[in-house]
Design a binder for this molecule. Sequence first.
Ligand SMILES: Cc1cc2nc3c(=O)[nH]c(=O)nc-3n(C[C@H](O)[C@H](O)[C@H](O)COP(=O)(O)OP(=O)(O)OC[C@H]3O[C@@H](n4cnc5c(N)ncnc54)[C@H](O)[C@@H]3O)c2cc1C
Length: 801
Amino acid sequence: MKSHYRVVVIGGGVVGASVLYHLAKFGWKDVCIIERSVLTAGSSWHAAGGFHALNADPNIAALQAYTIDLLSEIERESGQSVGMHMTGGLTLAGTPDRWEWLQSAYRVFQSIGIEDVRLVTPEEAGELCPVMSTEGILGGMWADREGYIDTTGTVHAYAGAAKKNGAEVIEHNRVLELHQTSDGWQVVTEQGTVTCEHVVNAGGLWAKQVGRMAGIELPVSPLEHHYLLTETIPEIAALDGELPLVVDLEGFTYMRQDLKGMLLGIYEVNHKHWMMDGAPWEYGIELLQEDIDRIEHELTLGFQRYPVLQRAGVRNWVNGAFTFSPDGNPLVGPVPGKRGYWSACAVMAGFLQGGGVGKSLAEWMIHGEPEADVYGMDVARYGPFAENKQYIKETTGQFYTRRFVMTYPNEQLPAGRPLRMAPAHDAMTEAGCVWGQSWGLEVPLYFAPTGFEETPSLKRSNAFDIVGTECRQVRETVGLLDIAGFSRFEVSGDGAEAWLDRMMASKLPAAGRARLAPMLSPEGRLKGDLTVFNWGDGTWWIMGSYYLRAWHMRWFRDHLDAGVDLRDISDGIVGFSLSGPRSREVMQRLTDGPIDALPFMGCGSFDVGLYRCKVGRLSVAGELGYEVHCGAAEHIGLRRALLEAGADSGIAEYGYNALLSLRLEKSFGIWSAEFTQGYTPGMTGMDRWIAWDKGDFVGREAAIAERDGTGPAQRLVTLEIDAKDADASGFEPIWENGSRVGFVTSGGYGYTVGKSLAMALVNTELAEVGRSLTVHVVGAERAARIIPPSPYDPEGRAMRL
Ligand SMILES: Cc1cc2nc3c(=O)[nH]c(=O)nc-3n(C[C@H](O)[C@H](O)[C@H](O)COP(=O)(O)OP(=O)(O)OC[C@H]3O[C@@H](n4cnc5c(N)ncnc54)[C@H](O)[C@@H]3O)c2cc1C
């Protein structure tokens, strides 16, 4: 062990080994793993080693596909076998909804370019896996590139290939303490102290403690997980080839061949956490006591699915622990507020995802940004609220229990809720509010009559008419929306204006004005679709998506200048948005300030009833509208005042489901759909907000190169779809004469234009109004046309009333 490294990776499981491999391969050679015991000594040694294609997040599915391709590469580079069994795999659907869902998932695979998958009938499934009963199976999806590997061999292959590139592996050396220094970290280990610029927490079952060494509470917890291995099964021994990997979603099991027998793994509904504060340091290469009573129900289903199991002897039970985050995706990236501390934790399926995690993290460390949009696994998608132990317990438990349970897009899951509530929450609940959640905050979805229950559905649900009524309310009279769920950052100080001008690609608004402001990365990709307010007194606001609070703050802090005072004020400042042609008269009744003179995109301070509020004249719904911001303690009173003042104008409250439809009718994009860190201004139309003639700003060179180059390969368009009972939601493939030419970024029903709408990225040469295409919506192919943007009020007159 040397006394200094550029990077110390703590933990020699599959994830740490992959991070080491990618760092060394991409050019950072002065790197090491420090491992408490031997490589694989955490979860990695006893994993089932399966890999399969499905993931609910298409970006993560793409990184899984990368990992699968990588396995043979590391075998070649290291000379160490990974024990590859590329058997192919089946995912089974056992209910009509699941079968529809699987058909949609198949189409999403096509959208992200994973072509080696196909749908199969129950009969075909039975032929592909002859020891399986197809009873109750409605269909399945076959993927060529699924199977299993030897777990220990794979970890050694990553590490061996890393060593060939100059990296070091130090075993039998526990990291005891971490101390931040002015230029990196001091890593105190059993074998002495080393310094480094960066530490990577790849501590797996011990990630919690390795976080606490640096004062970080990661939202991660281990849970127990079982599989069984059988003796030789004659029916399997007699087969010519090998059984495929099979995931029986309704049966809660996965299965693969093991020698001449079977491995059956179980995701039981009755989950069990293990050592929530992290595994004991002395925990060795050992297993937990199996608990067959707890998994009995799922086991019975497994024995029915594979009748040969009823005659087979169990050779071995494996009950081991591995780690989960609240949403089941990894926690990767720079930990906010801890320079040089990187997370590579909570990787639930390390053999499937470890390659993508290692690649993204290494790119991030070396180049400042990962190549792919990895928001879905970014450690900054959580905030301090997720440090709470009960929250972690409820949410990780919910994820484990629901691992194979179908979640509908309109379904609201209960774990860890309600957690954060704006003050008017209870009054709104009384008014019929149905809640969703964003970054721990309850946000209104819609207002329903007492006793209404929304049916989980892949298609239009029974809340369809309720949301339609709310949309018409906004377009025809005036609607009131709680906007506690927007983020607000306050920027002040001598350097505020210059800093904002450098961070935003747009012009800055003049005093008393607001402006839409794209923010770019140095590579010219999007970092934000923000709104900047200039309050005229040296104070500026940046407003954006609430759930990106920690993510944006990390970016701002990493690029902060001296003389800039930056605060996230989203907890202290809340408010309401009034939208609709009668919103001005509601404001007039509450203020004697010059509200009539406030222009479109103007902003200022006004008395609104008893409250001194900041008001901006803008509306995401595309109507005459006002965003009225107040202190959290004023939320209840301001709502009451606005509702009372609006009674004669026919005011009613509405929620975000209606807002999502209204903004689609205006072709207004939103983050995580039309705008992501994987897309550029030219693709998404964000370039029209760029101030090309202003001085330097982050991403300027790359944006100019895009503007002056051959142009983006795809462009954002608005589609009208001949849908029937379901609308597009995102990532559905778009076709022209059988060729895939794009994908949907988001979709929904436009209630006030009476059309099923979508926004989509389509190959540039086809992105012209009037083009006829088709789109798969919930698995069914539908005709679609590119229509002019903003099907509602294309000239934008309503906003400027
Ligand atoms: C029963 C079971 C079946 C599974 N099946 C599959 C499967 O089929 N497919 C799949 O992809 N995944 C599967 N998994 C999950 C998989 O095992 C994990 O995703 C993976 O092992 C996580 O790897 P890791 O590197 O993050 O953590 P770990 O393997 O836990 O590695 C962490 C390492 O860090 C070391 N360490 C911790 N603290 C310190 C310290 N202070 N100093 C030095 N070293 C330290 C530990 O000793 C350990 O070696 C399964 C898991 C279990 C339990």
